[in-house]
Design a protein around this ligand. Sequence first.
Ligand SMILES: Nc1nc2c(c(=O)[nH]1)N(C=O)[C@@H](CNc1ccc(C(=O)N[C@@H](CCC(=O)O)C(=O)O)cc1)CN2
Ligand SMILES: Nc1ncnc2c1ncn2[C@@H]1O[C@H](COP(=O)(O)OP(=O)(O)OP(=O)(O)O)[C@@H](O)[C@H]1O
Length: 225
Amino acid sequence: MAARIASGKPTKPREATAAALRPRLRALRAAMSATERAAADARIAGLLQGRIHDYLAAAPRGGRRVVLSAFWPIGDEPDLRPALRAWARDDRLELALPVILTKAAPLEFRAWTPDTPMAPGAYGIPEPQSTGPRTPDIVLVPTLGYTVDGDRIGYGGGYYDRTLAALRQGGHETLALGIAYACGRLAPDVHVPEPHDMRLDAIITEEGCIPGPHTTDQGARPATP
Ligand SMILES: Nc1nc2c(c(=O)[nH]1)N(C=O)[C@@H](CNc1ccc(C(=O)N[C@@H](CCC(=O)O)C(=O)O)cc1)CN2
Ligand SMILES: Nc1ncnc2c1ncn2[C@@H]1O[C@H](COP(=O)(O)OP(=O)(O)OP(=O)(O)O)[C@@H](O)[C@H]1O
């Protein structure tokens, strides 16, 4: 079982700001071995595959492709690129990746296939050199820390909060799935969300989906606390 930042006992509420928690969360993630990481990535991709399958089965699409926004991994983030290459072959899906056009603004999403040229954008993150914004139906949200309530800590740019707020304000129904390693779990009394923080619909880690089980992957172990 991965080390966790949990509340102490007796359970006296210990609120901490996201800024204070980030270095500890990064250190926990960096401590994972390459073997652990590879196994966790494969597990996350399998669980995600189940969620996407359920979504495609349930959502009326009217012949339209479901736009799935993923992310290009940076640092110690889960690497879903092998799965992305496989999903790119599914003609019910269109894959997209985030692009930072303006700092401190919502992200834009651009179409991606394994043939799309990539070039470093803001913060040096590789971005697809394709045109035309895509409006995602499903957003995979890179997540450093999370609670079982769906509250999230990212890198502190506020990009996904702004983006999800803009999509939801625009009336677009977007399924926001946090992608994290299990070691990012925080007790709800450790991290208290701020008003701008957008809740995730679910969080997928190598230990399962929260809330779960919402998956066709029968091997899933629920990650309840
Ligand atoms: N893979 C991936 N892509 C993503 C995100 C992400 O979390 N992961 N983002 C999610 O929002 C956006 C980029 N967000 C970012 C927000 C802040 C910083 C940042 O402050 N970087 C520091 C260095 C941080 C460090 O390495 O310790 C800097 O450049 O000074 C970087 C990216 C869009 N693309
Ligand atoms: N909807 C919003 N509108 C305007 N500013 C926002 C909004 N959401 C977040 N912010 C700003 O972004 C800053 C960083 O937010 P937060 O610490 O929650 O980032 P994060 O979710 O960890 O980052 P990221 O999504 O980039 O990984 C906040 O201090 C806030 O000022």
